[in-house]
Design a protein around this ligand. Structure first.
Ligand SMILES: Nc1ncnc2c1ncn2[C@@H]1O[C@H](COP(=O)(O)OP(=O)(O)OP(=O)(O)O)[C@@H](O)[C@H]1O
Ligand SMILES: [Mg+2]
Length: 373
């Protein structure tokens, strides 16, 4: 055992996640029940439906996480839970469940910022279990797993947030820049819908873009001068205009004239070309600003997190540019970039080690900020 064993609960949005994480690094189990398929029919998340689904799944997810780790409650040193930001009803399910466990088991309770979880996913690694084919290729705790080094620059790109922060030590964040309107993930989701690619748009756009043979349509980039801020709402408007022009070429009605985008689809070649152009625009700005921030703050590592960090092209491009800049890039496995309990267990362990304890009056903070400028 190296460090506390934290039971961590994540329920801020549409994934019910529970994990057991040792010492803020080693994953003993990480179970996620995703509602993505359930919300796909509505084309987005319905908050009341999400909260009810958390209630439905949280006990089976806990059982599976405990079983997967081979742990009993007596082994657990602390219970960590996401307290915000997120959907109030969804957060409350996880928080109340965590309180009940902490109370019943007489364990300390630690509240964690969801965005901090996305950053701390960079510290995670799978525990290697003897004889387990699933973890056979993974590295165990002592085998030189690369780890973020301070000072670092963290880019978090998720469904609700896009920001760059500098960390000079654990749990301290200085905001370098953030989106002034939409989050990058939100832009992926909206443009995915305009293109008729379905929900969530991020993975769908990535898949479509990979098949693009024509790459001629250029989408605008919002640089916002030499700030580290981002803006994606103009891109969304431009995307609507570009999609409409393409629809006209293909003899389809304008988006405004059809009740749902799936009333007449662009050809898959056109979808792919536009998905490619859109993705390039978003990734160009994200990568360029992150590398500049790393250089200007003399960062010793770059950390990437949040659902959009599951994007293969973003990971590859940022990795290549980070090599050029001589700054190591740490990116969690794609499944640890989207919402999960393990990332809350990683951040929770550092908060626990710093002596933080939440009372049973811990409340949901739907707009909890992470960093200040
Ligand atoms: N391969 C991918 N390429 C681009 N975007 C992706 C990819 N996979 C997931 N995403 C996007 O990631 C987002 C979901 O990320 P995440 O689960 O971290 O968001 P969230 O928890 O809803 O928001 P937040 O973390 O801001 O509260 C969605 O917008 C989704 O489209
Ligand atoms: Mg998230």
């Amino acid at each position: 055992m190296s460090g506390p064993l934290v039971l961590a609960i994540e329920s801020s949005c549409d994934e019910t996640g529970i994990a057991l994480v040792e010492g803020g690094r080693t994953i003993h189990s990480n179970v996620v029940a995703s509602q993505v398929a359930m919300h796909a029919a509505a084309g987005g998340i319905v908050p009341e439906v999400a909260a009810r689904a958390h209630l439905r799944w949280i006990v089976p997810v806990l059982d599976e996480a405990m079983e997967g780790a081979g742990s009993g409650w007596a082994d657990i040193d602390a219970v960590a839970v996401t307290r915000g930001p997120g959907l109030a009803g969804s957060l409350l399910v996880g928080i109340n469940f965590a309180k009940a466990l902490a109370f019943a088991w007489q364990k300390p309770l630690v509240g964690v910022n969801h965005l901090e979880g996305h950053v701390y996913a960079a510290w995670l690694r799978e525990a290697k279990r003897a004889g387990d084919p699933q973890t056979a290729g993974t590295v165990d705790a002592d085998a030189g797993w690369p780890e973020p080094v301070f000072p670092l620059v963290a880019l978090v790109v998720s469904g609700g947030h896009t920001f760059l922060a500098e960390m000079r030590d654990h749990l301290t964040y200085r905001l370098l820049g953030q989106t002034v309107d939409d989050a990058a993930g939100e832009a992926f989701d909206k443009v995915g819908r305009l293109l008729g690619l379905g929900y969530p748009g991020g993975p769908a756009i990535m898949r479509a873009a990979a098949g693009a043979s024509a790459r001629d349509v250029v989408f605008p980039r919002a640089w916002l001068g030499d700030t580290y801020d981002f803006s994606f709402s103009g891109l969304k408007t431009a995307a609507r205009r570009i999609v409409d022009a393409a629809r006209q070429v293909e003899g389809l009605p304008a988006l405004a004239d059809v009740p749902a985008v799936d009333a007449g689809q662009l050809s898959s070649e056109r979808q792919a070309e536009l998905a490619y152009g859109f993705q390039e625009s978003v990734l160009d700005v994200l990568v360029t600003k992150t590398i500049r921030a790393a250089r200007e703050t003399s960062a010793r590592s770059i950390v990437l997190g949040g659902g959009v960090a599951a994007n293969r092209i973003l990971r590859e491009r940022l990795a290549a540019r980070a090599v050029e800049a001589g700054v190591p890039l740490i990116v969690p496995a794609p499944a640890l970039c989207t919402d999960n309990g393990a990332m809350i267990g990683a951040a929770g362990a550092w908060r626990f080690a710093a002596g933080e304890r939440a009372g049973l009056d811990l409340d949901a903070r739907p707009s909890l900020p992470l960093a200040r400028r």
